[in-house]
Structure formats: structure tokens, C-alpha cells
Write a protein that binds this ligand. Structure first.
Ligand code: HEC
Length: 167
């Protein structure tokens, strides 16, 4: 009887040891940025990651709510435009995913126009650029201009010009 108890205790502590040894391996996987297979503006997890990137990287110029500079249509002394609103009040929704990606990745100068929009390709990964743009697009939810739903319009124009493929 006593021996059986001892065996059982030994077995229990063995199980405990093995579990402890395995747990860190299971939890220690590096966390990757969660990206669903379909990149859609109505996906909340993408928007949240994008929201954080926006707050850290874009809000200083485009405003914490993406409202842009007050005088965004008037060129400054350097002949360049101030940061426009990205929240749907401007014309950002006219740009397809491919164009938006190019603006953030290469900046205004990279696309060949005198601009104070920086290039972010050395700072943000493809996934992060897409995430921040999906967040920007989530700000257009329910917004219309002249009877046109901004999200729908932008989605239609992106069909022919999507985000660049993953290489
Ligand atoms: C240093 C200030 C600055 C920062 C930081 C910045 N932008 Fe801009 N952005 C600008 C300016 C200025 C323009 C207007 C460029 C022009 O038309 O010449 C612009 C333009 C844009 C446009 C085009 C908008 C339109 O309606 O055509 C997009 C999209 C954009 N920015 C996204 C972003 C995102 C996303 C981030 C963060 C990853 C970001 N920007 C960070 C200054 C900035």
C-alpha cells in the first residue's frame, strides 16, 4: 500500500516536471503581427494594430483622429501642402490601396511630387503599412460624400489596384 502511494507521488511529480519543462516552449513562440488571410477594412484586429502604429507614427502630423491640419488645402511658405485629413474629410478615399501603399512606403517625394510626407518603407513592414492603412480606412465607416459611400468607392477602385503582393 505504502509503496503504491510512493509510486503515485513519483508519477505525479514526474508529470509536474514534464509540464513545467514543456510550458515555456509552448508559450515562448515569438508573437507575430496578427494578419488575417483577407485584408479587409472591417477586420478589427488589423485596425487595432494599425491604430497603435497610427498613434505612434502618423498622428504627430495628421492629428490624433486623422483630422489633418486646419489649413491643409493651402500651401505653406515652402510651397508644400500641410498634412491633409485622413479621416474621410479630405480626398484620401479617392486613392486605391495600391496608391495609398505607395504614398506611405515611398513618401510624396518618392512618388515624384514636392511633399513633406515622409517615406516609411525603412520603418514599417508591408504588414504594418497595410495595417495602418486599414485603420485609416476604418475611420471612413458609414461616411458618405455626395451620396457615395467612401469605403465602397475606395474598395471598388482598389479591385484594379490592390496592395502590392507579398514578395
Ligand atoms: C512629417 C509629417 C508627416 C507624417 C509623420 C506622416 N505624414 Fe502623411 N502626409 C504628410 C503631408 C505633408 C502630406 C501631404 C503631401 C502632399 O500632398 O504633398 C501627407 C499625405 C499623406 C497621404 C495622402 C493623403 C491624400 O489625401 O492624398 C496619406 C495616405 C498619408 N499621408 C498617410 C500617412 C500615414 C499612414 C502616416 C504614418 C505611417 C503618415 N502619413 C505620416 C505629412 C506626414
Amino acid at each position: 500500500m505504502k509503496r503504491r502511494l510512493q509510486n503515485r507521488l513519483a508519477l505525479l511529480s514526474l508529470i509536474a516536471l514534464v509540464t513545467m519543462a514543456l510550458l515555456p516552449a509552448a508559450c515562448g513562440e515569438p508573437e507575430s503581427v496578427a494578419m488575417p488571410s483577407e485584408e479587409r477594412s472591417d477586420d478589427d484586429s488589423v485596425a487595432r494594430t494599425g491604430e497603435q502604429i497610427f498613434a505612434m507614427t502618423c498622428a504627430s502630423c495628421h492629428g490624433s483622429e486623422g483630422e489633418g491640419a486646419d489649413n491643409w488645402t493651402e500651401r505653406g511658405a515652402d510651397g508644400r501642402l500641410p498634412p491633409p485629413p485622413l479621416n474621410g474629410d479630405g480626398h484620401t478615399w479617392h486613392h486605391s490601396d495600391g496608391v495609398l501603399y505607395g504614398i506611405v512606403s515611398d513618401g510624396g517625394l518618392g512618388l515624384g511630387f514636392g511633399s513633406n510626407m515622409p517615406a516609411f518603407k525603412d520603418q514599417l513592414t508591408r504588414e504594418q503599412i497595410i495595417a495602418v492603412l486599414e485603420y485609416v480606412k476604418s475611420l471612413w465607416e458609414g461616411k458618405q460624400r455626395d451620396g457615395i459611400a467612401l469605403l465602397q468607392y475606395q474598395q471598388d477602385s482598389s479591385a484594379a489596384d490592390p496592395y502590392p503582393a507579398d514578395e
